[in-house]
Design a binder for this molecule. Structure first.
Ligand SMILES: CCCCCCCCCCCC(=O)SCCNC(=O)CCNC(=O)[C@H](O)C(C)(C)COP(=O)(O)OP(=O)(O)OC[C@H]1O[C@@H](n2cnc3c(N)ncnc32)[C@H](O)[C@@H]1OP(=O)(O)O
Length: 216
């Protein structure tokens, strides 16, 4: 999906960071705290006697945030106005508490790459990453790889192969690379491997050159 002006392998110095890395901004700090809450909720003792108070305090925080939320249409305009990389997406977005968040770099060979450690909120099988989470991450990474390759589109098909269980709690290397453009058809591949190179998930994506206009 085209998201505006962004670096490509042809126009920018190699090694460019393609995602909006967390900054020392209040919204980034608040989002990191929310992410920590989601993780801690899954880890805390189920018998924790203070969970009613926790629910009350979290609801109070949500009330406050909702009281300060503009209309959705206005918020969408604001969200899509600015840098070519997105700050709100569910994979790399430092402003999205469900994003791990993954930081991606564009490499000289045309691929994009990042390392991430996933924890309990992303669990599928015991101690392993949920297959849908892997597909989510790779769909987005392929989209960024297309941007880096200079031809963006919408995902039409994402063929996902799960080679071995993907472990939680250890660094995973995520890659993507645009391999061909044939008219409007963009073909892109990607993978998730462990730090020692064991292939866990591989994908082949078909993207179609189409742009959803940014809200204005
Ligand atoms: C640096 C920061 C960057 C930041 C980068 C941020 C990255 C974000 C990445 C997120 C990616 C997403 O989640 S995108 C969201 C998920 N995807 C979607 O919602 C897409 C929903 N589907 C659609 O909108 C549509 O079906 C499209 C656009 C895929 C295609 O529709 P269309 O434009 O009308 O084109 P259409 O004529 O149907 O198809 C064009 C050609 O493609 C073929 N084709 C179409 N779909 C398929 C298919 N599933 N499998 C095989 N072939 C297909 C057709 O046969 C045709 O071939 P021929 O007859 O020409 O040979």
């Amino acid at each position: 999906m085209k998201v505006g002006t962004h670096p490509t392998a042809a126009t920018h110095a190699h090694g460019t960071v393609l995602t909006s890395a967390p900054q020392d901004a209040p919204v980034d700090r608040a989002t990191a705290a929310a992410r920590r809450v989601v993780d801690a909720m899954l880890r805390t003792d189920r018998g924790n006697a203070n969970l009613d108070r926790v629910a009350e305090e979290l609801n109070s925080i949500a009330d406050h945030l909702e009281e300060h939320a503009p209309e959705v249409a206005e918020r969408l305009i604001d969200m899509w106005n600015g840098e070519g990389v997105t700050r709100h997406d569910p994979v790399t977005g430092p402003e999205n508490a469900i994003a791990p968040p993954l930081v991606l770099e564009g490499l000289e060979d045309g691929s994009v790459r990042g390392t991430v450690t996933l924890t309990m909120p992303y669990q599928g099988p015991p101690g392993c990453v949920h297959g849908g989470v892997s597909a989510l991450i790779l769909d987005h990474v392929l989209g960024v790889a297309n941007a880096w390759g200079g031809k963006s589109g919408m995902t039409a098909k994402l063929e996902t192969n799960y080679h071995r269980p993907t472990p939680l709690f250890e660094p995973l290397v995520i890659t993507g690379r645009l391999v061909s453009v044939d008219g409007r058809k963009i073909r892109t591949v990607g993978s998730i491997t462990t730090a020692d190179g064991q292939l866990c998930v591989s994908v082949e994506g078909l993207f179609i050159d189409k742009t959803v206009p940014r809200p204005r």
